[in-house]
Design a protein around this ligand. Sequence first.
Ligand code: ATP
Ligand code: MG
Length: 427
Amino acid sequence: MSQSMKSLQAIRGMNDILPADTGVWQQVEARVRDLLAAYGYSEIRMPVLEKTELFKRSIGEVTDIVEKEMYSFEDRNGDSLTLRPEGTASCVRACVEHGLLHNQVQRLWYLGPMFRHERPQKGRYRQFHQIGVEAFGMQGPDIDAELILLTARLWRELGLSDVRLEINSLGTSAARAAYRDILVTYFSAHLELLDEDSRRRLHSNPLRILDSKTPDMQALIEAAPKLADHLDQASQDHFAGLRAMLDAAGVAYRINPRLVRGLDYYSQTVFEWVTDRLGAQGTVCAGGRYDGLVEYLGGRATPAVGFAMGLERLIALLVDLGVQPKLESAHAYLVLVGETAQQQGAVLGERLRDAVPGLRLQVNCGGGSFKSQFKRADRSGAEWALVLGDDEVNNGRLGIKALRGDARQETLPEMDVIERLRALVQR
Ligand code: ATP
Ligand code: MG
């Protein structure tokens, strides 16, 4: 193979999703769509490119995403653009820009690719897909609970066991500022135990240190002062309200005081759904409240809460648990023998599709012997082969043969075949 051919490969960390796998994706996506519609959420679609400034301001300058992971470049006008690393910032930008938040609540969702220049590994890619859900204009814990109950229902519908819920409260920004100082004092006393990132962030963003995955720092982080002990009354009430609703709904959870999330804009409630079945990349869904972000990005102060789930991880988990999608293979494959039949094939196909709503029919194209057409019919997964030869063209009949089992081929008037197809589609 020549050098130039070798370079024609996908970019590292960016995956093709092949035909054998798109069935699971479509099934998960369809389930999520139905579920979100049932809860009153509307879809919003944003561009994958935004001004770099949007992400710097919303996600926070001193975060992994903004410091190391963004795909940013200058376009032909010299503007700095970035492939979106997440959807919340774009969603807020779109809502503010189009006045969607004026004196109203919004329940929104989106689905699409996100881009982060991380080290590719199982469950961690450079292009990955999220379904994001955002709720604007509601400040109580009831909407936090709704989002969690909605995800719990989705896991049940998908047949996903083995995911557990972790929650925490980050309090108001005032409470966090006080806690920040306490953390700086604590970590400053143990400088020698901090890794390079953490030392650099000690003063700019000490909460990020709690989120560090460096193994040698885990004991230090475990022993750090807890935000929960420094929460203001309103935040404590909000968190207690959420817990009461989850208890009442029978949703189990663990309070994880170290759950701070990797983005700066969160306040109050944060949560993650985690599994042990995917190794280190075990968080399938994560989110929380971000009451300050809308105003910070130029809108009117608007409470907000949302989450995003990673589709690659969700689907890996489904596959790991052996949850199989229902295959939607063809009902019938139309075999065309002889020149006249080949000419009539497309027209017959259209007639059958008109007569049998919902019919999944593959029409043989590109000729081939009777035998090789039957091979293709078999490989298509169809239940029946329909056979049109020149005789059948002349007398308005059609051969029909079940491809599973050893039933004989019959030749019937076209109307009778249509009746059989209707029964098959309705089954
Ligand atoms: P992690 O701690 O695993 O890096 P995160 O806190 O950066 O996750 P979020 O930004 O909250 O993740 O994104 C929400 C979800 O999107 C994650 O829980 C995960 O399922 C998924 N996700 C995030 N980054 C990636 C990635 N690089 N590849 C695949 N999925 C991802
Ligand atoms: Mg991350």
